[in-house]
Design a protein around this ligand. Structure first.
Ligand SMILES: [Zn+2]
Length: 267
């Protein structure tokens, strides 16, 4: 069965998780290929303290131009958006990297330190609609130190309703804290991916309940994502094989993302 990963990290700086995880492209690429995973979406992290954004975007442009099996998402920096010309600069960066071949935008609310309905993100959503780019939104309480509430689905829900012509992929299924709220985010323009959360989720929520939420959302709305190499990809695959009915498994593991990606010329 083909597996395509909706959430993989490789950074220009080469390391993540405080330096504990090697995310150099050669390492990540061979780790995926060893598991028979030929295609993936590459996610930046919106963390200017760790990975400068321009370098990150140039790095992804270089990778995707040489490796057509990968799709790169645009990294954003909203920290200067409130300065003179800041919004125009933010927009022109997105347009520039869209023209360079990146085919989605990553919004990591925790790392940006804002809620989804923050004014500085509104031009990002608007521009995504104009350029016809999908947005992956981080939705999980953790990531930077402490318990940040920035990816609270209440703010995300307003945005996916307002920007109903733009398609959103919710990353990490809300974590444990927001898991049940995913049912409220399930609008027509919203999809979900499983990265980084399944091994933890099964420790707190019984598998029948997880399967029930998945079923209610609809297996056609769910895509496999791992957060590789910062999370255990093999365990995530094993859990999904157990949870998802046989007749829906191929959809989640690859067919849904292929159908979705056709609209955006991903592969
Ligand atoms: Zn991630």
């Amino acid at each position: 069965m083909e597996i395509i990963d909706a959430h993989v990290h490789t950074l220009e700086c080469g390391i993540m998780c405080g330096g504990d995880v090697n995310v150099e492209f050669a390492e990540v690429n061979s780790g995926l290929k060893d598991r028979g995973i030929e295609r993936a979406l590459l996610m930046p992290i919106n963390d200017t303290s760790w990975q400068p954004v321009k370098k990150m975007n140039d790095y992804l442009v270089d990778i995707v131009s040489r490796n057509k099996e990968y799709v790169g998402f645009i990294d954003i920096d909203i920290s200067k958006a409130h300065f003179y010309g800041g919004i125009k600069e933010l927009e022109s960066e997105i347009v520039h990297y869209y023209n360079q071949g990146l085919k989605g935008i990553k919004v990591h609310l925790q790392n940006l330190g804002v809620y989804a309905d923050d004014w500085r993100l509104l031009p990002v959503y608007r521009l995504a609609g104009e350029l016809d780019l999908p947005i992956t939104i981080h939705c999980h309480p953790g990531s930077p130190p402490g318990l940040s509430d920035h990816s609270n689905p209440i703010a995300i829900e307003k945005i996916v309703r307002v920007f109903h012509k733009t398609e959103f992929i919710i990353a990490h299924f809300g974590g444990i804290k927001y898991f049940y709220d995913m049912l409220h985010l399930n609008h027509n323009n919203v999809y979900f991916e499983t990265s980084g959360i399944m091994p933890v989720l099964v420790q707190y929520v019984d598998k029948k309940t997880i399967a029930r939420v998945f079923q209610e959302i609809g297996y056609e709305k769910i895509m496999f994502g791992s957060d590789f190499p910062t999370a255990d990809i093999d365990h995530t695959i094993t859990i999904l094989r157990e949870l998802i009915p046989e007749e829906n498994l191929a959809d989640v593991m690859s067919k849904n993302i292929l159908t979705f990606g056709q609209k955006y010329d991903w592969w």
